[in-house]
Design a protein around this ligand. Structure first.
Ligand code: ATP
Length: 444
């Protein structure tokens, strides 16, 4: 983990957030390289969920969420972790971090009993901060999918089986954020809510487990590092009939990368039942007491039913950490470190390096090659006008650029370039007219 963290800082992948003011625990920023990696991972998920299928629609909803939604989803009551205080050193822990009844920091046994701590962040809405008008920062993207269910069904005429997918920020006030970007307070989720007829849910649950394992292996995660773990009945979330966690062997241990839950008809059912909850007068006054049915009409049987939901929910940060961990390779024999990333995830797809810095002819040709490759639309291609080939190769090995293209004086004479492969370090002379094909082969 330390080697990864240091590479991430050195090469602009991930920085501690608010760093110049001492940082903030559990928050990280993605630098130029990390941002591209994250975009590529999210695009790969979006492509597999939406473009390569015909039964899933996308959504981009707000982060600020009405307390009404999170009350009836069960989050106000149950989205908690057990919190333990050390009375001696005043540190706070999640109950599962306490061993032998001792404070992990000062070893005192003078601890409070565990009590539930709600993980949701609250914020005031509007200029008057008297607690009467507030919103939550969503703790999962899923709830906004459920409350938009009718909008999407009405506007797309979908009937089950179909899904709604969303990628976006989620916030959890984790008691002890830790292990780099594994457990943080602000992160992104890639969530699919797949709506099916009751009775077909178990079959679809298995289907999505298979799909998700295949997808992770396409992102370069070795299948033998992934394990499926069925969550025990007493540990299931309040909405779940069955949940399987896709576990990955992270540098700090075997932990959850993605959860695939059978949420039954709990969420749609609960939002349908509770929208006209007159006990909450403040919301009612604001006209939030509609009785929208979050249900589907079975046209043959002429009856309404509430679909069951299968939810694969993956964290982008945990995905990035797993992918970086898999790709990280040290080759002492070649005196280098490299990220063996799958090309579709590589932050930089190709680096074009003029042999001599600021030589107008070389640099112009480099830009021409760059714009041709850039136009193919596979991601960021860049010109490295620093003149130090060895240094550029090392940098691009470390950030996982699959190929470096060197423009030298021979290129001006015979229209050819040298292409160096990241993994084999093999160099090949390629005609300019062939470069696009050569490049495209990396993405097949
Ligand atoms: P954990 O048990 O590790 O706290 P969880 O079961 O609460 O996770 P879910 O509610 O199933 O997590 O959320 C779905 C996904 O969101 C997780 O599989 C994970 O990838 C991601 N995730 C959840 N909490 C965090 C966090 N604090 N930091 C980063 N990613 C997170």
């Amino acid at each position: 983990m330390e080697d990864l963290v240091s590479l991430c800082k050195r090469r602009g992948v991930i920085f501690p957030s608010n760093d110049i003011y001492g940082g903030m625990k559990g928050l990280y920023d993605f630098g130029p390289i990390g941002t591209e990696l994250k975009i590529n991972l999210k695009n790969s998920w979006w492509k597999s969920m939406i473009y390569e299928r015909d039964d899933v629609e996308g959504l981009d909803s707000t982060i600020l969420t009405s307390p009404f939604v999170l009350r009836h989803s069960g989050h106000e009551d149950t989205f908690t972790d057990p919190l333990v205080d050390c009375k001696k050193c005043k540190s706070r822990w999640r109950d599962d971090q306490i061993e032998n009844g001792e404070c992990p920091s000062c070893k005192s046994k003078d601890l409070t009993d565990p009590r539930p701590f709600n993980l949701m962040f609250k914020t005031a809405i509007g200029p008057i901060d008297d607690g009467s008008s507030f919103a939550y920062l969503r703790p999962e993207t899923a709830q906004q999918i459920f409350v938009n269910f009718k909008n999407i069904v009405d506007s797309t005429s979908r009937t089950p089986p179909f899904g709604i997918a969303q990628i976006g920020k989620a916030f959890r006030n984790e008691i002890t954020p830790r292990n780099f970007i594994f457990r943080v307070r602000e992160f992104e989720q890639m969530e699919l809510e797949f709506f099916v007829k009751p009775g077909t849910d178990e079959k679809w649950h298995q289907y999505w487990l298979d799909q998700r394992l295949k997808w992770w292996s396409k992102q370069g995660i070795a299948s033998d590092k992934l394990k499926l773990l069925e969550v025990e009945k007493e540990e299931l979330s309040h909405y779940s009939k069955a949940t399987f966690d896709i576990m990955y062997q992270f540098p700090h241990g075997l932990e959850e990368l993605e959860g695939v839950a059978n949420r039954t008809d709990f969420d749609l059912g609960s939002h349908t039942k509770n929208q006209n909850d007159f006990s909450i007068q403040a919301y009612v006054q604001e006209n939030k007491n509609s009785t929208t049915k979050l249900a589907i009409q079975d046209l043959e049987k002429k009856e309404w039913f509430i679909p069951f939901v299968i939810e694969p929910s993956a964290g982008v940060e945990r995905g990035v950490l797993a992918i970086l961990n898999e790709a990280y390779t040290e080759e002492p024999e070649n005196n280098r470190t490299l990220l063996k990333l799958r090309s579709h995830l590589s932050p930089i797809k190709a680096a074009i390096i003029p042999l001599k810095r600021n030589n107008a002819d070389l640099v112009n040709l480099a830009h021409k090659v760059k714009s041709n490759l850039q136009a193919l639309g596979l991601g960021r291609v860049m010109v490295e006008n620093s003149g130090n080939i060895g240094k550029n190769y090392r940098r691009h090995d470390e950030i996982g650029t699959p190929m470096c293209i060197t423009i030298d004086f021979e290129s001006l004479e015979n229209q050819s370039v040298t292409i160096r492969d990241r993994d084999t370090m093999k160099q090949e002379r390629v005609n300019l007219s062939e470069v696009e094909n050569f490049y495209m082969n990396y993405f097949k």
